[in-house]
Design a protein around this ligand. Structure first.
Ligand code: ADP
Ligand code: MG
Length: 731
């Protein structure tokens, strides 16, 4: 075996699980220890300050400097007691992940150079100016007006990371445009709160607030770090660009819910301890379908906070993996031929009166409310199916969607047979049959009670990108490395707009003299009918579905750069601007960033692939070919005639095959490089991304196909790159 690979595999086999012990016997002893949460605030802030801050958080009142100063002082005291020396504004740029710039608390007392003190004012808490010029903005800021600033998001609690007080913030330009993922999410959540509250008030005037909830399920792969280090494709692009599938992979389905290997179990324990310290309610851990694939899911929470927690969790998971001699792979498709990783976004809405709006009701009137929100959501998903797809699309996720284990690249909704029957029944009824006013003058559904069975989640369809699962919708198309903000901002905005439309339609009917009950029912019925095309309970992987979906007018585009265009369609511009979530200028700027990112990702992969092909694969092929040629020469030196021909026939065939494969690889690499030279000259971001998709990407398949075939014939000892069986089955 090639020495580097051999060493790495040997080391990986020898590794033992780390012994991890809990910080305390009870999780509740250390839960939220590093979060400036309610309990901590009560200790470090005065009653009045806390009350004022609560108003800012819950009622959206403006924060005055005096309060900010008080909060900053309390935060600093808490953080420094735990060893903090620095603080940072933590934000979510348009690229993946999070960004931060650390400043220490120190400042001069009096004249410069004399003595220092630790200082943290309300102004520093509320606002910071990172040098924004190197973050993508899609041209909103040209470099000479590079100033942008981060502003504190008091709805997501500050926390302590090592020696740094971390303050969740939004990131905006001086002219007010959002340069991040959080700002539009907060606006979308605000919009859905307002719209949903107003609709709820048609049923129950006591409802004053509706909260959007998110429960994410984070899938991931672990790879031994020694093996990772010997795969330049994994370390530079997060996925394997080459590699024949292992003889055994997931076909026995023996990994899902199987016993967790001890090294991984120790890792899982460790990330949970960390999660708890940060108040992240990690609940579920298990193996996933593919070998070396796992999942972590917390209990759901308020959407904005859940998004921040997911981002924090991803970075914790990355960091802790190193401690255990692993590398964490969050890429959506690190290995070809086996499942990729997603991040199901379980989404629901709930009122401040304790009603889950997607929970089939305990009371009949709640059921009408339930059907209202169900039909409105289906309508919103139907109208915005192309946009929802755009919200989860990236260069990486494109490899996962449509592959035979993830949702297809067509957004449809699955609601199960029982709910379908109920909607069908409603569609065929008159308002007199369907809606009943009881003796207490409360309106409710006259049709059969919605069965409790829903809550069992029995009726599941794994192929659906947007599935109803008992008390929530599960948006499954979201990618494992994604910032959930993107999908959540679009979904909540779309539903908010539809709820507003719903209310307006009902009111218009009422103004025309129709009773409220009948008006509500009529609009629901219209929505059930109009959004039917989005409902699909069959096999999302089938070829028939692609044909059928196109017939239904659903968006079937698979080209990533084209998919992004859904953000700037006239309907989407109207949606985002009317909901106050993003302006037209911001939408266009964001697409510029998306196209640019897409191009860069493919460009980096193309470079790595070219390097691997030319500097690893072709030399290996040549070396083995030369070995075979040598053998043929020796056979011919010893034997003659027919015997010599016979004995050397196999080697000769292999020599020819290797020659053909390496020629094909080299030609494809050369052509790919030429093509990149050509398309790099394109200025316009969309055209360039499209050219990378149409003209550069196709070479990947040719190079991979021939390389993977070579892997099958070349002497195992000569092969330098760890193989799939090694990457996937060593723990
Ligand atoms: P499965 O893998 O079967 O989908 P999991 O238990 O892994 O289920 O994940 C379910 C996720 O859904 C959890 O994060 C859970 O907290 C979340 N969830 C449950 N109820 C709701 C709800 N009403 N709103 C949002 N998320 C929810
Ligand atoms: Mg799930």
């Amino acid at each position: 075996m090639s020495s580097l690979r051999f060493k790495a595999v040997e080391e990986a086999f020898k590794k033992k699980a780390l012994c991890v012990t809990a910080p305390s016997k009870f999780t509740s002893d250390y839960y939220g220890k590093y979060v400036f949460n309610n309990a901590t605030m009560e200790k470090y802030l005065s009653k009045d300050t806390l009350k004022a801050l609560k108003n800012v958080i819950n009622k959206g009142t403006t924060l005055d400097l005096a309060i900010a100063n008080q909060v900053a002082a309390g935060m600093k005291l808490w953080a420094t007691e735990l060893g903090a020396t620095h603080y940072t504004h933590w934000f979510q740029p348009l690229t993946d992940g999070t960004a931060e710039k650390h400043d220490s608390f120190i400042d001069y007392v009096g004249a410069p150079g004399e003595s220092i003190t630790e200082d943290f004012s309300g102004k520093l808490l509320a606002q910071q100016e990172p040098d924004a010029s190197s973050f993508p903005s899609g041209g909103i800021r040209s470099t000479f007006e590079a100033r942008g600033y981060t502003a504190w998001d008091p709805t997501s609690p500050a926390f302590l990371m090592d020696d740094t007080l971390v303050i969740p913030t939004i990131f905006i330009s001086y002219t007010g445009e959002a340069l991040d993922m959080k700002a539009p999410l907060l606006k979308a959540l605000n919009a859905v709160d307002k719209a949903a509250t107003e609709v709820c008030q048609m049923f129950d005037p006591n409802v004053k607030k509706v909260v959007a909830y998110l429960g994410w399920e984070q899938e991931y792969f672990l790879v031994d770090e020694g093996l990772f280090a010997t795969r330049p494709d994994l370390s530079l692009t997060g996925r394997t660009l080459l590699g024949h599938e292992s003889a055994k992979n997931q076909q026995l389905e023996d990994h899902y819910f199987g016993a967790v290997p001890s090294r991984v179990a120790a890792y899982m324990k460790d990330i949970e301890f960390e999660a708890y310290k940060y108040g992240i309610p990690a609940k579920t851990r298990h193996n996933e379908v593919a070998p070396n694939q796992f999942e972590l899911a917390p209990i759901f929470g308020e959407c904005n906070l859940a998004v921040d927690q997911n981002l924090l969790m991803m970075s914790i998971m990355k960091k802790v993996a190193r401690r255990h001699g692993f590398r964490l792979l969050l890429h959506e498709k690190p290995f070809a031929g086996i499942n990729g990783s997603g991040k199901h976004n379980n989404w629901s809405l709930g009122t401040d009166t304790g009603v889950g709006l997607f929970t089939p009701g305990k009371t009949p009137e709640e059921n009408l409310l339930f059907v209202t929100f169900l039909a409105t959501t289906l309508m919103a998903v139907y109208k915005n199916n192309a946009l929802l797809k755009a919200s989860i699309m990236t260069a990486q996720n494109a490899h996962r969607l449509g592959a035979n284990e993830a949702p297809p690249a067509i957004v449809s909704a699955f609601i199960g047979t029982q709910l379908t029957a109920i909607l069908d029944k409603l569609e065929g009824s008159t308002s007199e049959e369907a809606i009943i006013l009881d003796d207490k003058k409360k309106l409710h559904l006259g049709i059969a009670r919605i069965p409790e069975v829903f809550l069992d989640n029995t009726d599941r369809n794994r192929t659906s990108p947007f599935a109803f699962t008992g008390n929530r919708f599960e948006f499954r198309a979201v990618g494992s490395s994604a910032n959930c903000s993107s999908a959540m901002a679009v979904l909540n905005t779309a539903v908010a707009a539809q709820l507003i439309e719903f209310k307006a339609e009902v009111e218009a009917k009422m103004a025309a003299g129709i009773s409220k009950e009948k008006a509500i029912f009529d609009v629901i019925k219209d929505y059930i009918k109009a959004s039917k095309a989005i409902r699909f309970d069959g096999n999302g992987y089938s070829e028939e579905w692609k044909v059928e979906a196109a017939k239904r007018g659903l968006d079937c585009e698979t080209c990533v750069p084209e998919i992004f265009k859904a953000y700037t369609s006239p309907e989407s511009v109207k949606l985002f601007t009317s909901m106050g979530v993003l302006t037209e200028k911001e939408l266009h700027a964001r697409n510029e960033v998306k196209w640019e990112t897409y191009t860069k990702k493919i460009q980096i992969e193309a470079r790595v692939l070219g390097d691997l092909a030319v500097n690893h694969i072709i030399p290996i092929g040549t070396r083995y070919q030369s070995f075979l040629l040598d053998n043929v020469a020796k056979i011919k030196a010893v034997f003659t005639g027919e015997r010599a021909e016979k004995l050397s026939a196999l080697d000769t065939a292999l020599i020819i095959e290797i020659g053909e494969r390496i020629t094909a690889i080299k030609n494809a690499v050369d052509d790919m490089i030429d093509m990149r030279r050509t398309v790099n000259k394109i200025d316009e971001e969309f055209e360039k991304a499209l050219a990378y998709h149409d003209k550069v990407l196709p070479y990947f398949d040719i190079i991979r196909y021939n390389t993977d075939k070579l892997e099958l014939i070349v002497d195992d000892e000569m092969w330098t790159l760890p193989k799939y069986r090694e990457l996937l089955f060593i723990r």
